[in-house]
Design a protein around this ligand. Sequence first.
Ligand code: G3I
Length: 456
Amino acid sequence: MRRVLTAVLGAGALLLAMLVAVAPPASAAPGTLKEAAAAKGRVFGAAAAQGHMGESAYASTLDREFNQLTPENEMKWDTTEPSRNSFNYGAADQLVSHAQAQGMKIRGHTLVWHSQLPGWVGGISSRDELLSVMRNHISNEAGHFAGKIAYWDVVNEAFQDGSGARRDSVFQRVIGDGYIEEAFRAARAADPTAKLCYNDYNIDGQNAKSNAVYTMVQDFKRRGVPIDCVGLQAHLILGNVPSDMQANMQRLANLGVDVHITELDIRMNTPADGSKLATQANDYRKVVSACLAVSRCTVMTVWGITDKYSWVPDTFPGEGAALLFDDNYNKKPAYTAALEALGGGDPGDPGDPGDPGAVTCAYTRTAQWSNGFNGQVTVTAGSSAVGSWTAVMTMGSGQQITALWNGTPSTNGSVVTVKPVSWNARLAAGASASFGFTVNAPGGNATAPSVTCGSP
Ligand code: G3I
């Protein structure tokens, strides 16, 4: 009996070993930023603006890729308390509902900041009055969203570049150094479940400003001022990721706080080209890798979804292309690099714009007259060559293509799918092909068609 049992067990073990040997490989690498980040115990977020949520590509890219949402402007003081004690949370509430429905975390941004501050606050000159106005603002706003916010940027940009001295602001002038800790105490009282962060730019590497933040956090931790995290905004310039970013994050983490990358973008002089996009991809890879190397770096957030709506060109004319998706929601090389650095990989779905070795595309209007226009789409290969490409254009209301050259169109309602002609199908790495077309647009509707492209 014992021998039989041993034989059965032996056969079972052999069968098990065979099963293990022929078992399929572990499931495919995560195919989106949020899935890849989650597999590493991290959160990958984006800033979003309520005004763009009606654009389907905007909302669907947000929902597909990100699991944390930071309202870009909707929770700032000039929106939420434009006049004293009169509170307005309409746009922010809509973003919060969207995020909750999608299972995204929400980052509150921001309770106390010198900018986007309504004029009535700047006019207060009594310390007691401003302290009570600030506490009232925090208690009302953080109280309104209590229980829904994962992280609050409680105080934003309180230090100067260069010296690391306190930035001049009405809070600093009228209340003095203590305003920051008072703000953190008020936030904790209003929402005990949110993690409370100090957030600033140019504190990504080690410098006088990040030293000042370090010293403040160290002091807060020693004295029991409630602070849970530091946000490094990471508004970076192409080719300039600080080499000591990881060390800087680690020294902050060693104080007993989490570290978040809160507003990541990497701007370049526009127009973008293959070489700049490749440098940018490498820069994103460095930032993501630095965060992953620090166990308390738990959140990475990009400051916008698409280059189309980034703040950068408004503030730095001639610069832009700073984000992971281009104006047409194509994945950029930076997207692929960030995803790979997170341990993910693009699943390579047919027709998915931006697949490895795939293409990006850009539309320009080249001529216009009263009832029509000419357009051109340029398709550009990424870091590897492609054997062929496809562009899909959705035309505006009433628009009809009457001629198309250097491409092979097929039309289905308002959707026109364009394949190459024989001589412009193959694109070397970084190379481009363009096709042009004439649109008949009764009523003069020259709205740009929305264009996505992929390979093949
Ligand atoms: O909503 C009005 C619109 O009605 C008006 O027609 C238009 C005309 O200028 O202005 C619109 O408001 C603009 C708002 O963005 C919404 O687009 C403001 O002028 C503009 O100043 C504001 O810029 C924001 C900026 O903060 C203000 O300082 C950017 O969108 C936002 O991305 C940016 O975000 C900051 C973070 O909060 C803190 N860290 C730096 C980061 C980048 O500057």
